[in-house]
Design a protein around this ligand. Structure first.
Ligand code: C5P
Length: 232
């Protein structure tokens, strides 16, 4: 699996995201477009960033009945992104429907990965509100296995879980891991963080990095540092 750094472009307008991306005159980073930017600017922002030569992870975390997700994925498939995602909690029927919708007539499709449990959900809220009694790491592993059996390509998880996911689901099953900070940087609201170098040791395939790059005084230097530490 080729390792790469995905830059989380958590901006609320195209002006902001283009001001940021204009700084990258050499290498074109793999970009994550989340709900904020997508809902603010619509599908055109995806086309425009793609036209600038970036790979795109469209992080919209779909979760609905299988038929709705299938049709929505067929629309997203036309945007020619490289990676998109669903919630594993939608169950394997929904994940299989997502794959069907995403697959183009020629058989090609973007990578499809599953969100297991959000990092904002802890064991206490899982037990009280979702009525799930198992330890969080067991739940994450079980969701990953269900995603694998449904035919998905990987999961979003913590770098700390990447090795276990590979053991359970195979080396080819992609781990996309947020929660990355430089050793000398601010942690912010992320709880369990690792450095890019540590994420590489832990066998993560893609790290998703937002504020350590987007809020850096020199974003290009911060990106290059991330690539150097993670990819080598
Ligand atoms: O700025 P920061 O590096 O914390 O950004 C991390 C990105 O990864 C954000 O876009 C955040 O929404 C996303 N993410 C996360 N934890 C998850 C899933 C996604 O931080 N479990």
């Amino acid at each position: 699996m080729g390792k790469d750094v995905i830059v989380a472009c958590d901006f609320s307008s195209k002006e902001q995201v283009f001001t940021f991306l204009d700084k990258f005159t050499g290498r074109k980073p793999f970009v994550k477009i989340g709900m904020e930017l997508y809902y603010a600017e619509g599908p055109e922002i995806v086309r425009q960033i793609k036209a600038r030569g970036h790979k795109i992870f469209l992080d919209l975390k779909l979760h609905d009945i299988p038929n709705t997700v299938k049709k929505a994925m067929a629309v997203l498939s036309g945007l020619d992104v490289d990676m998109c995602n669903v919630h594993a909690a939608g169950t394997s029927a929904m994940m299989r429907a997502a794959l069907e919708g995403l697959t183009r007539p020629d058989g090609s499709r973007p990578l499809l990965i599953a969100v297991t449990q959000l990092t904002s959900t802890d064991e206490d809220s899982m037990r009280r509100e979702l009525l799930i009694d198992r330890p969080l790491d067991q739940v994450v592993m079980s969701y990953a296995q269900t995603a694998k059996e449904a035919g998905l390509d990987g999961v979003v998880c913590s770098p700390l879980e990447a090795g276990k996911v590979h053991q359970a689901c195979g080396d080819g099953f992609v781990t996309v891991t947020p929660g990355v900070r430089f050793a000398d940087g601010d942690v912010g609201d992320q709880k369990r963080v690792t450095t890019p170098e540590k994420a590489r040791e832990l066998d993560s395939d893609y790290i998703v990095v937002g504020r350590p790059i987007t809020a850096a005084a020199d974003p290009v230097a911060a990106y290059e540092r991330c690539v150097k530490e993670f990819v080598g």
